[in-house]
Design a binder for this molecule. Structure first.
Ligand code: FAD
Ligand code: SIN
Length: 525
């Protein structure tokens, strides 16, 4: 018999989106925020470059809107972008009032430039620790709300859906499964970078929310659009640590292994071209020079400026024996962000009643086919807030049927899988995704990925594990397969999705692809 708990609002994930939602919900009812690791372990915590917001004297909301639309390469949901850029300033000012210390020049906020922004509009904190500052402030604010309870090292395993309504989730705490019943549930589980062998994402980013939602019949959208960050540290045996785009914003140059600058050969904006263009240009240069990497060179910039502006990057690189002030740093692209995810409207609503999603797990369409740099912390703030209000409206507006909580739910089977087996399948999945469904794809490579991933999927998908690594493997395999299927179905190149066998935007490219589960598997529609 597993334990049962009850709450008004269940939030899964404690990054920027989940915490921002919790702050709104804490004044409306009982809230439980569950998170599968330490409360701070999230992409949010590691975000470096900053948060984009039209607050500087030289900027306008309309220009931020245009830059976002342009980066999205024709596939943004304009309504969602309008919401992001127009509500963003309020969310940031509020954060500053709660104690966020963004860097300043004199008494004024300091704004920097990143790729594809036509204005300096990126706020940053402690140089390159913007995410940590935002996470700190949100955690502090949440801890003042007595209605909000936090449960760390508590992993959501599956959603509980009864009579077409989401009424909570199965949670795993230690070896125990807890049935958590809630009137509304918000998925804020972040991205899925770990499905690629080279990624900037922390270990928790295994696509759990997308996979859980998919299993319950929720529609996923735009899954083929994965953003690869151009500049992650490249050295054998060393993690793909991010070297922020803000470095290029401050003047760092990309050079090939012969020391030649190359970005102007690919795009008039050079180092500040959109991210997908820079990533593909780097790959092309690596192929031309038969090399595993290129270099990011900032040695022409002032040493003290670099140490002060990028203290975390400076000290982390130094730990790996690279001094950014003295030598060009080997870099190559790495999986960084997923534009697709759980389809929601601009209030976080999914196609299942009672289920909402916000942040990287969600797809409002705000990023289109390619996210504008530093728009996702803002997305977490704006859409975390909005999903909370969507949930409040749902709970307060519906005659909530508490008897649903008494409907018996299936007890999960407790099945085990050997660690060595899990690790083998996990590594095969990650390598396959990187090699066959990565920065540059084609029908043939994606076909190979489909075959390999399907064989893992068939081994894990019908099983209800109670081991976190096995659960993650199941989720990663599901998301990997859905990305591959969407990438196969999109027979054109748009934004971050680039196929060598369909290099252009061919007729029909404007159509978004959705995926849903069917009796026999899934359907792309
Ligand atoms: P996250 O912050 O990733 O939080 C997800 C949460 O869900 C975590 O707490 C996780 O533990 C939890 N979780 C996951 N699965 C489960 C489960 N099954 N059960 C319970 N809990 C679960 N964006 C910018 O705008 N500016 C930047 O400068 C920037 N820099 C970045 C640098 C790096 C290295 C990375 C990786 C990303 C960066 N991004 C940046 C992207 C941005 O950080 C993320 O898109 C954003 O923080 C996502 O927020 P989130 O709340 O949706 O998810
Ligand atoms: C970076 O600092 O380069 C990351 C910014 C982002 O992902 O938006």
């Amino acid at each position: 018999m597993s334990e049962k708990i009850y709450t008004d609002y269940l939030i899964i994930g404690s990054g920027v989106a989940g915490l921002r939602a919790a702050i709104e919900l804490g004044i409306k009812g009982r809230v439980l925020v569950v998170t599968k690791d330490l409360p701070t372990e999230s992409s949010t915590e590691y975000a470096q470059g900053g948060v984009a917001v039209a607050l500087s004297d030289e900027d306008e909301i309309g220009i931020h809107f245009e830059d976002t639309i342009k980066a999205g390469d024709g596939l943004c949901n304009e309504e969602a972008v309008k919401v992001l850029v127009s509500e963003g300033p309020e969310r940031i000012i509020e954060l500053i009032n709660w104690g966020a210390e963004f860097d300043k020049e004199g008494s004024k906020l300091a704004f920097t430039l990143e790729a594809a922004h036509s204005r300096k509009r990126i706020l940053h904190a402690h140089g390159d620790s913007t995410g940590r500052e935002i996470e700190r402030v949100l955690i502090n604010k949440v801890s003042t709300l007595k209605n909000v309870k936090k449960a760390s090292f508590t992993m959501a395993v599956d959603l509980i859906v009864k009579e077409g309504k989401c009424i909570g989730a199965f949670l795993l705490k230690g070896k125990e499964i807890i049935k958590c019943f809630s009137k509304a549930t918000i998925l804020a589980t972040g991205g899925a970078g770990q499905i690629y062998s080279r990624t900037t994402n922390p270990k928790v980013c295994t696509g759990d929310g997308m996979a859980m939602a998919f299993r319950m019949g929720v529609y996923l959208k735009d899954m083929e659009f994965v953003q690869f960050h151009p500049t992650a540290l490249y050295a054998p045996g060393i993690p793909a640590f991010l070297l922020s785009e803000a470095m290029r914003g401050e003047g760092a140059r990309l050079k090939n292994i012969h020391g030649e600058e190359f970005m102007k050969n690919y795009h008039p904006l050079g180092e500040l071209a959109p991210r997908d263009v820079v990533s593909r240009s780097i790959i092309s240069e690596m192929v031309k020079t038969n090399s595993t990497h290129v270099y990011l060179d900032m040695t022409h910039l002032d040493e003290n400026f670099l140490k002060n502006r990028f203290p975390t990057i400076y000290s982390t690189c130094l730990r790996f024996n690279f001094d950014i002030t003295k030598q060009p740093i080997p870099v190559s692209p790495a999986a960084h962000f997923i534009m697709g995810g759980v389809e929601t409207d601009i209030n976080g609503k999914t196609n299942i009643e009672g289920l909402f999603a916000a942040g990287e797990v969600a797809c409002t369409g705000v990023h289109g086919a390619n996210r504008l740099a530093s728009n996702s912390l803002l997305e977490g703030l704006v859409y975390g807030y909005r999903a909370a209000h969507g949930a409040i409206e749902y709970v307060e507006g519906s005659q909530f049927d508490n008897t649903l909580f008494h409907v018996s739910t299936l007890e999960p089977d407790k099945q085990y899988i050997e660690y060595s087996e899990i690790n083998k399948m996990r590594e095969e999945l990650r390598q396959t995704m990187w090699e066959k469904a990565g920065v540059i794809r084609c029908g043939e490579s994606l076909g190979i990925a489909r075959t390999k991933i399907t064989s893992i999927y068939e081994k894990v998908t019908e099983r209800f594990f109670i081991d976190p690594l096995a659960i993650e493997l199941k989720n990663m395999t599901t998301v990997g397969l859905l990305i591959t299927e969407a990438a196969l179905a999109r027979k054109n190149s748009v934004g971050a999705h680039y196929r060598t066998d369909y290099k252009e935007k061919l007729p029909g490219w404007e159509k978004h692809l959705r995926i849903r589960k069917t009796e026999t598997g899934f359907e792309v529609f």
